[in-house]
Design a protein. Sequence first.
Lengths: 542, 311
Amino acid sequence: MSEELPETKPAEAADAAEGADVQALTVEELTDALAADWDNPLRDERDRRLPRIAGPSGLVIFGVTGDLSRKKLMPAVYDLANRGMLPPGFSLVGFARRDWEDQDFAQVVHDSVREHSRTEFREEVWQQLAEGMRFIPGDFDDDTAFKQLRAAVDELDTSRGTSGNYAFYLSVPPKFFPKVVQQLKKHGLATAAEGSWRRAVIEKPFGRDLKSARELNKIVHEVFDPDQVFRIDHYLGKETVQNILALRFANQMYEPIWNRSYVDHIQITMAEDIGIGGRAGYYDGIGSARDVIQNHLLQLMALTAMEEPIAFDEEALLTEKLKVLKSVRLPQELGEHTVFGQYAEGWQGGEKVVGYLEEDGIDPQSKTDTYAAVKLEVDNRRWAGIPFYLRTGKRLGRRVTEIAVVFKRAPHSPFDSSATEELGQNAIVIRVQPDEGMTVRFGSKVPGTSMEIRDVSMDFAYGESFTESSPEAYERLILDVLLGDANLFPRHQEVEESWKILDPIEEYWANNGKPAQYSSGSWGPQEADEMLARDGRSWRRP
Amino acid sequence: MKIDLSDTTASKINKALVQGRRDIGTPAVGMVLTMVIVTDEENAYDSIKAAEEASHEHPSRTLVVIKRHARTPRDRTNSHLDAEVRVGADAGTGETVVLRTYGEVSDHADSVVLPLLLPDAPVVVWWPGDAPEIPAKDPLGALAQRRITDLYAATNPIEALNARAHSYAPGDTDLAWTRLTPWRSMLAAALDQAKSKITSGAVESEADNPAAELLARWLEARLKVKIDRVVTEGPVITAVRLGTGAGEVVIDRPEGPLATLSLPGQPSRTLALKVRTTSELIAEELRRLDADEMYAIALRAEGTKETPSHV
């Protein structure tokens, strides 16, 4: 709880020194303020009721009219305010090409909060938030708009006490990133005054291959310090994903079997039941592997496979995750151990849906994958020879994300084979969404029979043991950005390593074969089942 | 579903719990603690409701102990126990057992409660009304990791507060303290911004408000300055003023949930400071089950680093 304190100390001290000049304090107070370790006497690490409140700050959202902003960001900001996590004077600035006044913007936020916020709507919280809302109409090319933004930011510093601390959330397509960051630089918005901070928040996709990812990183890092760039992978904000680390490293009972001696293989699945919807323009040419495997699934894999970090801080986590990503080995025969597919028309959950190639705005000759499955290995002592099967797809059976660690069979069974006919392999399944929790599968005697062993599952559900009210991923991540806590954000090194893994696969797909067709509502193409059958395994039905 | 048992024992109640669970087809999973509510008939309904609401965040087995006073002298010698077992939709997300004790068994309620505690899970005791003089020495209180009292229920709150300070043991906590969390976190955030030494202070509240007294003591302990207690019309705490060399840091909440924060040299801002419901307070209490050292420090208005010893 107190890890943010040391970080902010130098900033506070510098700020205090500045304040001391203008306010002409007495000598005693000046010494007090200048003392490098100005500690707030009201804070104490033993006082665990006091929440982690972000320091004075503001959030500027570019592309504030977008879906993500309306459905996730603004409700998350409100929920944070409602939980008392935002500092007094917190300000929200929207930037978009709309002819709006501040009030119109406030109305839009109001509506989206009403509709999508997790916590109940409270007028007083809304008032507190609404006072700090500003809207800047304009294009990203428009110098006047950025001048206005600069003025708004300066005005908020004096009128709301945001102390020059701003996070710029780029909720815009990546092609606009260069423009926006250049404009921020040009208008002096990206440089923080002594003792304050300016941070950039960007969303996936982080490029479309290693080359473009590097270019993008270069552009952003020219303007913002790499430590001040926060890449949102909203999966990492989910409680269950954070719980992977707690599960593995806070307990004694899992880690001893978490290795090649006991684990047979690991399956990581992210399935969606929807098609591409209206995102044809974004999706075609990108595909599911770039959209999902490169970031979410490789991150989940890194967290599942990594060694214990020396501490729960960004640097230690980065070190361990990077080690895993760097030791990933691709299969020799990419054709045998990777599969890409496209959904064909079919019936999904009682609804007739069209195939990918018939979707509006999609080239009928498109080779874009809506399903991807790959086999990876991690070359280290813990995992040598143990396959990690990663798969993702659209229009699959249901929406689910899970990590299944499947164990080897017991080396010897005293029971005869008829008794254990129905016994599968033991498994630990971490359910990331929906119904967050964990399942352990093991064999148990069927009551009443002489000896018959069958699989049963033991369940831990978050919704059961803690709260229906666990915070949304975006709440957690936005708060972390304001606190400057980068534990749950992939760094640019990880992004680049992930592309190094995916690039050869994408290249192989581009030059060999066509996407396998699978009917919508199924669990993927036949070829994916064959891919596992070759290894003598089969996919779990999630 | 509900199962009524009259003139019963703990083992029969346990059987009824298992039976109830089987009948509705859900196993007992995921319950994280046992909550024991010790109350009278008058406060029972509201407290059970608050506990059930809080159980959405912390699924728990709730044991409600109600001491009944029999009317006739003959009944008074007749000691017996009635129970009402609620599982499934009738009991929030956990299980609730309402225990009514008559006669002598009332003095041995712990013997009924002990076999009904969830294995391994922490135990919390809550007295919504009258609390024992020394909560940690109470037979039921002794079973618990966490003992929740409420100074607002005391007839003479300030006297009760001093008694609590005297009898404090790790694990004690009070809802009057819980009610202060939003105030305290806003004051801490205000000081994060003001970044200056506090030279004086005042807490304004209605007369004899135990939360205000606790807040003043906490500020005294942390800021090492004398805090004035100013009596206003209320409701509850209306303002906190902290003097710095450059001016005053003020959080002013004259009425309603909307407060104003003023910092020297900065424009004033609006803050939401809502009065929370009992179930929200209980839910906050249950989030942490270890000793609340800051509460002990506030109770005693002392800024020392030592951990208060068991009394």
